[in-house]
Design a protein around this ligand. Structure first.
Ligand SMILES: Nc1ncnc2c1ncn2[C@@H]1O[C@H](COP(=O)(O)OP(=O)(O)O)[C@@H](O)[C@H]1O
Ligand SMILES: [Mg+2]
Length: 392
């Protein structure tokens, strides 16, 4: 069933804060405009059959022009489905999908100001790099001189000039991916969709391409919607990230927001690492509350929402913000069960009552920082503001 919601005037997105400052070279788009917007978006595959599967559940999202925006979540959470709906390769079940204000829900891919780079870069193996990049422009009927000019510019942009007359099958994965990017960027789409474009590359090349992609986005001013399951990749490249789990949008924010202020257990756990501890509200006054942790004692933490005494919550603490000390005072204690040397840090596994915790110290045992061994009893300290209270 199609239930398209038609809005004659797009309402400003709920999450539109002050737009980020215009990026250099971004002449294409007005920095305040909304590049893509989905409202009440649902996607059910095999609707009405026993194999029906709801891949997207009421997703609302606004992506600003000039943003490097990332859809992040585990495999199967619906990232590709959302990207394919934006690109026009998949029909939405209900809701709306707008691109630069226009309702594109029923437009075919070629009628949208959008280009896509897929996971498997589908270059023409028998054509040179130059011909691969020119192909799409020729299909659009661009004049020959303009095609040539654009191709040369794209070759420079992705640093592939010296490979212009080679065929893709004689090149490395990273080089082929650069050609795929150049080909997708050549027609100057207003929006570029990228579905895990780096996943086929090895780690070193992936890290290099991260930086290249980010600067490519800055230089062109084209809005990028990038899909990945790799949280490090998402944090490193994005202006904002949308975390998706099981077809639900969990949280949207800057990399810092997502890492520092997770709003659910899923986000706290999926982005980086977290100690998640069950606790009960013991006392609550204003913006602070005290929490009882079984077999552990009481801790204080700031709260962003109302909580009731006795309410069950989760506390999230990053391993690097858990501070170990010698046992010399009252307060939470733990026993070291394992110590792992990681080169740039030392990781301690701890047991405190029924809770297993992880602490990471950047200079464990070095430069005066105290080191601990398995079997040691330690006191647990929390850096101010390090305990996040999560209700779901
Ligand atoms: N064509 C399809 N028919 C039926 N189910 C599909 C189809 N494509 C994807 N799915 C299902 O929808 C869910 C989301 O898939 P997908 O968007 O590919 O996830 P992701 O890209 O995050 O890994 C998965 O459970 C997947 O099995
Ligand atoms: Mg996918």
């Amino acid at each position: 069933m199609q239930r398209a919601i038609i809005e004659p005037n797009p309402t400003p997105p709920a999450d539109s804060k002050a737009a980020s400052p215009s990026k250099p070279g971004s002449l294409l788009q007005h920095p305040n405009s909304v590049a893509a917007e989905v409202r009440n978006l649902r996607k059910i595959y095999n609707v009405g059959s026993p194999q029906a599967h709801e891949a997207l559940k009421d997703v609302n999202l606004s992506i600003r022009a000039n943003e490097f925006f990332t859809l992040l979540g585990p495999s199967g959470c619906g990232k590709t489905t959302l990207l394919r709906i934006l690109g026009g390769f998949e029909m939405l079940t209900s809701g709306t999908c707008r691109i630069f204000g226009e309702d594109v829900s029923r437009l075919p891919p070629e009628a949208r100001p959008v280009n896509t780079v897929f996971q498997q870069y589908a270059l023409f193996p028998h054509m040179t790099v130059r011909r691969n990049i020119a192909f799409g422009l020729e299909m659009l009927g661009k004049p020959k001189a303009e095609v040539e000019r654009t191709v040369e510019r794209m070759l420079d942009l992705v640093h592939m000039r010296e490979y212009a007359d080679r065929r893709p099958d004689t090149m490395s994965g990273g080089q082929r991916q650069r050609v795929a990017l150049a080909r997708a960027l050549a027609p100057q789409p207003k929006l570029l969709l990228l579905d895990e474009p780096l996943s086929a590359l090895d780690l070193k090349l992936r890290q290099k391409m991260r930086l290249e992609l980010k600067s490519l986005q800055r230089e062109t001013g084209i809005t990028f919607i990038f899909v990945t399951h790799d949280q490090e990749e998402a944090l490193a490249m994005s202006d904002r990230v949308a975390v998706i789990s099981n077809g639900h949008l969990q949280q949207v924010g800057t990399p810092e927001d997502i890492y520092e202020q997770p709003q659910s257990r899923f986000v706290a756990d999926f982005i980086g690492e977290s100690n998640l501890i069950e606790a009960k509200v013991a006392d609550s006054a204003g913006s602070e509350a005290a929490f009882d942790i079984e077999g552990f004692g009481q801790v204080q933490a700031p709260i962003g929402q109302r909580v009731e005494v006795g309410q069950q919550v989760w506390l999230s603490i990053r391993p690097e913000r858990l501070v170990l000390g010698a046992v010399h005072r009252e307060g939470p204690q733990a026993t070291v069960t394992d110590r792992t040397y990681l080169g740039n840090a030392v990781e301690y596994h701890l047991r405190a009552g029924k809770h297993a915790l992880t602490a990471r110290s950047p200079r464990g045992g070095l430069r005066g920082r105290q080191d601990f061994a398995p079997g040691d009893a330690v006191s647990l300290g929390f850096e101010p503001g390090s305990i996040k209270v999560l209700l779901s």
